[in-house]
Design a binder for this molecule. Structure first.
Ligand code: ADP
Ligand code: ADP
Length: 237
């Protein structure tokens, strides 16, 4: 469903961040992206949701070329993509329910038009997702009253609100303690399996990665140095 072909990214006044990365994901396939700081992991994820525009190469999501699409086509493509972030990216002063209904990060004009952006189906889906991520009854709590693990559960539920086919997950456990990290990884893996979601999980914790992610892609200095089962990775890292 996702084909990344010879992807290159050079930032202005900076080293080349991606030097021709090729990667394919089947529907429902989850891959862990590991590598040292500066390897290009965030850049790769940001190219897929087009927070960053690639310098060269192709990214096709169900045949739509994400590297070149813009305007309406880009908005339509992004609806297929859910994002989960290290620092949760919740609106702190809003409730859990408001965060779920407010849509993705980067949306501006929230106060003006948010009421027009959802309907009864969205509210029903929000309750269903809160229940699924273990936050039943928490809908009226403010985000800033939650623990880190609870915030990430809200972040996960929010990413699933628009029923994406692909999840981009950027360091989901980097701000969490080890026990909560394992719970969050387990939840993400279960949800992907239940809903047939493909995912790219950018994760620097190699132990956690090999524990939960069947397929690992190793990135180093903007190049793929490993792509295979977690068990075969010892030789590389
Ligand atoms: P990682 O997520 O693996 O730590 P990044 O994708 O953040 O790696 O960074 C890859 C390379 O691109 C690094 O050399 C970094 O300094 C550079 N880089 C990342 N973002 C920018 C940016 N906005 N402008 C310039 N260079 C950047
Ligand atoms: P990470 O390593 O988790 O990707 P960083 O702390 O390196 O994150 O980067 C934080 C922010 O700074 C990101 O938005 C990234 O794009 C930007 N950035 C990273 N490296 C550079 C750089 N060399 N020049 C400009 N911006 C950068």
């Amino acid at each position: 469903m996702l084909v990344i072909d010879s992807l290159q990214k050079r930032y202005p006044n900076s080293d080349v961040a991606l030097k021709g990365v090729s990667l394919e994901l089947r529907a429902g396939e989850v891959v862990g992206l590991i590598g040292p700081s500066g390897a290009g992991k965030s850049t790769l994820i940001r190219c897929v949701n087009r927070l960053v525009t690639p310098t060269a190469g192709r990214i096709a999501l169900d045949g739509v070329d994400l590297a070149h699409v813009s305007g309406r086509g880009l908005r339509r493509a992004r609806r297929q993509i859910g994002m989960i972030f290290q620092e949760y990216a919740l609106v702190e002063r809003l409730t859990v329910m408001e965060n779920l209904l407010s849509g993705r990060l980067g949306y501006t004009g929230f106060w003006k038009s948010w009421a027009r952006r959802f309907d009864g189906n969205d509210i029903a889906r929000a309750f269903e997702l809160l229940d699924r991520v273990g936050l039943a009854g928490m809908e009226n709590k403010r985000a800033d009253a939650l623990s880190g693990g609870q915030r990430q559960r809200v972040g996960i539920a929010r990413a699933l609100m628009q029923q994406p086919r692909l999840l981009l997950v950027d360091e989901p456990t980097a701000s969490l303690d080890p026990k909560t990290s394992r719970q969050v990884m387990r939840l993400i893996m279960e949800l992907c399996a239940e809903r047939g979601l493909a995912a790219i999980v950018n994760i620097h914790d190699v132990v956690l990665a090999t524990q939960y992610l069947p397929r690992i892609v190793g990135l180093k200095s903007g190049e793929i140095v490993y792509d295979g089962p977690a068990s075969g990775m010892d030789a590389v890292v």
